[in-house]
Design a protein around this ligand. Sequence first.
Ligand SMILES: Cc1cc2nc3c(=O)[nH]c(=O)nc-3n(C[C@H](O)[C@H](O)[C@H](O)COP(=O)(O)OP(=O)(O)OC[C@H]3O[C@@H](n4cnc5c(N)ncnc54)[C@H](O)[C@@H]3O)c2cc1C
Length: 500
Amino acid sequence: MSGTETVVQHVRVAVVGSGFGGLGAAVRLRREGVTDFVVLERAGSVGGTWRDNSYPGCACDVPSHLYSFSFAPNPDWPRTFSGQPEIRAYLERIADRFQLRPHLRFQHEVLGAHWDAATARWELDTSQGRYTADVMVAACGPLSDPSVPDLPGLADFPGAVFHSARWDHDYDLTGKRVAVVGTGASAIQIVPKIQPQVEQLVLLQRTPPWIMPRMDRDITSAERRLYRAVPAAQRALRAALWSVRESQVGAFVKRPGLLKAAQALAKRNIDKHIKDPALRAKLTPDYRFGCKRVLLSNTYYPALAQPNVDVVASGLREVRGSTVVAADGTEHEVDAIVFGTGFHVTDMPIGSRITGAAGRTLGEEWKDGMAALRGTTVSGFPNLLFVIGPNTGLGNSSMVLMIESQLNYLADYLRRLDTSGAAALDVTPEAQQRWNAEVQRRMARTVWNTGGCRSWYLDGNGNNTVLWPGTTAHFRRETRSVDLAEYQLVRIPATTPATV
Ligand SMILES: Cc1cc2nc3c(=O)[nH]c(=O)nc-3n(C[C@H](O)[C@H](O)[C@H](O)COP(=O)(O)OP(=O)(O)OC[C@H]3O[C@@H](n4cnc5c(N)ncnc54)[C@H](O)[C@@H]3O)c2cc1C
């Protein structure tokens, strides 16, 4: 950066992203009395995940009464697992109800952010000019940049190609031959929705997931009236949903053997719906339940049993003209390819755009693996706080719980920064190293690391830098307040008087 660009605005805090994380941060800042902030968002509306994922069947897989802000319960959730339109509308209402609109800057993609030691400020270059900020909150999303494999021949495919998070609503799949690539959380929601509509569906599966029945139902109008009239009833339901999930954590983290009963249930789920032994064999995982994200569906297996579906138990190797060629050599001619291939998680693109105090990017810093203190702050990157940073993901509960914990940390960080008299706080390398060594020590026994699968939780070195190996209550305690002993105080260097 040249440093000559005109600054559009200086703010106390610049928040990047307006999904659950960025909006939650904005609400919290206002509650803490901080009004001098902007939310920089590359898209044209709020919602993040729930704006971008509009594929058929898109819904949450953690019950809505838990997958929402504790400070903004919604008595009107229509289903136990609400769909994308309702979750998106909920986030739009959050922006209105908490008066966040004046702070939102849409079509402001952060192209680069650079720590300027001379002023102890972040300089953020956006697609609409430069902002400076004392503190930057990166709420760019763990699952916001789609990952599409770089396959030979894909660029020359004559038909439609899109990723689940960039659904092409102008392309009508009716009567088409469609390849769906991937069998993760999005693909298993898409397949049953489009199977009745398409002529032929080819599912390219590298690894089958374990899938449990989904306890989904309409929430009755009587229940909604109850939640509206007696908010304590909704709070009690949320607490019950939370407790069940907290009680499961021990099995995933410490005693994967306890997951055997759940695996037997998931196996029965396959046997119940899939009668063809060859198909059953293809759909039965060879790794332990819980190693990859456990998925929920009542409609996926029945859809795969339909005559217009071909399950290819092999990944996509290349595209030849309009033919998709699997790694096992199977070929299918198709009109469209839908990628349900996930996101850049352990190589988040924002990493290469943030440059810290030593002139190195976060991407360079994290080339051997993502690491932060308490999933939030990174040594050498003063006054930068992540919302959903390294090792804050969950396998079985609501990410909003983790987000709210990090917002407690953010609020305390700003208070400590004010009272410390410093311009910035910078994590000591020792504190960061200690925290991550402990996280990885606890990770070693988890089913994610020992269950015999290769999941998107693991980075190129096989380290799990994505998930939190503990309960959400434990993370809440760990992020309740900032321990200044873990930081060094950064002051603005005294300027040398100019010599005449
Ligand atoms: C299909 C799907 C279903 C899911 N279901 C669940 C569920 O049931 N339960 C659960 O707990 N979690 C679920 N998740 C995980 C989900 O991502 C998180 O729960 C949560 O929505 C993340 O919020 P966020 O604000 O951190 O990120 P996001 O919602 O991804 O928001 C990030 C925002 O940052 C913006 N942004 C990124 N880079 C830049 C940039 N350089 N400049 C400006 N803006 C930028 C993006 O445009 C986006 O709006 C699901 C994810 C997906 C994809």
